[in-house]
Design a binder for this molecule. Structure first.
Ligand SMILES: NC(=O)c1ccc[n+]([C@@H]2O[C@H](COP(=O)([O-])OP(=O)(O)OC[C@H]3O[C@@H](n4cnc5c(N)ncnc54)[C@H](O)[C@@H]3O)[C@@H](O)[C@H]2O)c1
Ligand SMILES: N[C@H](CO)Cc1c[nH]c[nH+]1
Ligand SMILES: [Zn+2]
Length: 435
């Protein structure tokens, strides 16, 4: 991993996400699926996943779900249930209720909360299979009360044809309503625009590689999306009190996701930086996914030297990483200074995979600096709100003149007259606001 001083590290945000070629490829895939429907879906599935399908075979059957149970260990089903319980308990705290306020003048103001009707969830399955992402997508949608949860996932994982059985079992356990074997940008386009085989959804959630992330950005506005949750990121701010072997392992835990994943260490200690650098090299050599993780730390990894923990937090706030581990002597003392990070892990035992799989908070988290304005997936992603206004006659008579004043200042006489016609009928035309 390259080592640089903070002032020499380019912290400017990447305005262009992905290469020009990747952006162009995604725009074409999305447009083709929009225009040609299933024909393009099947063509791109063959091209990128190496699997030839018929439109009728896109949907996973009940029998396939049952058969998947024969391929997984009972201990996996137990582990999924334990993780699901934690994730459900965490997300249950986010549930909102509709509310109404009765005013003294008899009017009512409020907010009605409704679940989205049909959502699409993306579960990655290209270079690794992600049953954990099934839970992270589906449980908050269920807590919100979404009646139709549609899952898409690639039809081959790591070059092996067929949806990973662990993903299917997680989907069956979680209670997904429809599953389609299609991944990448073509899956996102199908969910957004609909094809003969896949009915369109209202919102798409879920993580994925650069093609999935760019496709979600491309269809935003046709449907809603959760955030740009692309290739994984970790930034660790650690001082001499940290164990370099722990920190190196946590950096590699995210680097192994994708060649485009990023792992960054920020430290005020040059000695710690060197020890951690050596640990990364040592552990990398023994990691099964060393090719992917090695490319990630080479191209997107760095060790940034700072003068103090406070300066380090400043660097983190500019990076706005997906995951931020703070492993310093007194981590709690700095929490109030952290402004931009999708998920914050405190102390030496809160290793990032605790959050990926088990603790309860969602692991679908914004990347590429978008934690500045986006949040991890939660129950709010699966609801919409309608404002409720019931104005009593008394309230309109009391406030009508003020409303007309505001309307006329905007030059919108029609608005003013909609109020005035009512005041006239009640014999109050031209009356001032008698508050
Ligand atoms: N930010 C988060 O919350 C979060 C959570 C989990 C995983 N992730 C990320 O999800 C990603 C998973 O990636 P993955 O690749 O294993 O699975 P994936 O399902 O995201 O992507 C696989 C699909 O990419 C498409 N694809 C591959 N090469 C292509 C090309 N050259 N042109 C067009 N399309 C192409 C294929 O259609 C394939 O089905 C990783 O980047 C990981 O870091 C992010
Ligand atoms: N670290 C990923 C989010 O960037 C989530 C994940 C799932 N499985 C393993 N890791
Ligand atoms: Zn992970």
């Amino acid at each position: 991993m390259k080592m640089v001083k903070a002032q020499d590290f380019d912290l400017r945000r990447e305005v262009e996400y992905g290469s020009a070629e990747q952006n162009e490829a995604v725009r074409k895939i999305v447009l083709d699926v929009k225009r040609e429907g299933d024909a393009a879906l099947l063509r791109y599935t063959e091209k990128f996943d190496g699997v030839r399908l018929e439109a009728a075979g896109l949907r996973v059957t009940r029998e396939e779900l049952q058969a998947a149970y024969n391929e997984v260990e009972p201990s996996f089903v137990e582990a999924i249930a334990a993780a699901a319980a934690n994730i459900r308990a965490f997300h249950a705290k986010q549930k909102r209720n509709s509310w109404m306020d009765l005013q003294p003048d008899g009017s009512l103001l409020g907010q009605i909360i409704r679940p989205l009707k049909r959502v699409g969830v993306y579960v990655p399955g290209g270079k690794a299979a992600y049953p954990s992402s099934v839970l992270m997508n589906v449980i908050p949608a269920q807590v919100a009360g979404v009646p139709e949860i549609v899952m898409v996932t690639p039809p081959a994982t790591g070059g092996k044809e067929g949806i990973d059985p662990y993903i299917l079992v997680a989907a069956a356990e979680a209670g997904v309503h429809e599953i389609y074997r299609v991944g990448g940008a073509q899956a996102i386009a199908a969910l957004a625009y609909g094809t003969d085989a896949v009915a369109p959804v209202d919102k798409i959630c879920g993580p994925g590689n650069i093609y999935v992330a760019l496709a979600k950005r491309e269809v935003y506005g046709v449907v809603d999306i959760d955030s740009i949750a692309g290739p994984s990121e970790i930034a660790v701010l650690a001082d001499d009190s940290a164990d370099p072997a722990y920190v190196a392992a946590d950096l590699l835990s995210q680097a192994e996701h994708d060649e485009m994943a990023s792992a960054i260490l920020v430290t005020p200690s040059e000695a710690f930086a060197k020890a951690c650098q050596a640990e990364v090299e040592r552990q990398l050599a023994e990691l099964p996914r060393r090719d992917i993780a090695g490319a990630s730390v080479r191209d997107y990894g760095a060790i940034i030297l700072v003068d103090s923990v406070e300066e380090g937090i400043g660097v983190i706030n500019r990076l706005a990483p997906e995951h931020f581990e703070l492993i310093v002597a007194e981590p709690m003392a700095y929490v109030g200074l952290i402004e931009n990070a999708g998920a914050i892990f405190l102390g030496p035992y809160s290793s990032e995979p605790v959050g990926d799989y088990f603790a309860g908070p969602n692991h679908i988290i914004p990347t590429n600096g978008t934690a500045r304005f986006s949040s991890p997936v939660d129950v709010d992603d699966f609801i919409k709100k309608s404002s409720l206004i019931y104005y009593s006659k008394e309230a309109l008579l009391q406030n009508g003149a003020t409303i007309m004043e505001l309307a006329r200042r905007e030059g919108l006489e029609g608005h003013a007259r909609a109020i005035e016609i009512r005041l006239n009928k009640e014999g109050k035309a031209g009356a001032g606001d008698d508050k």
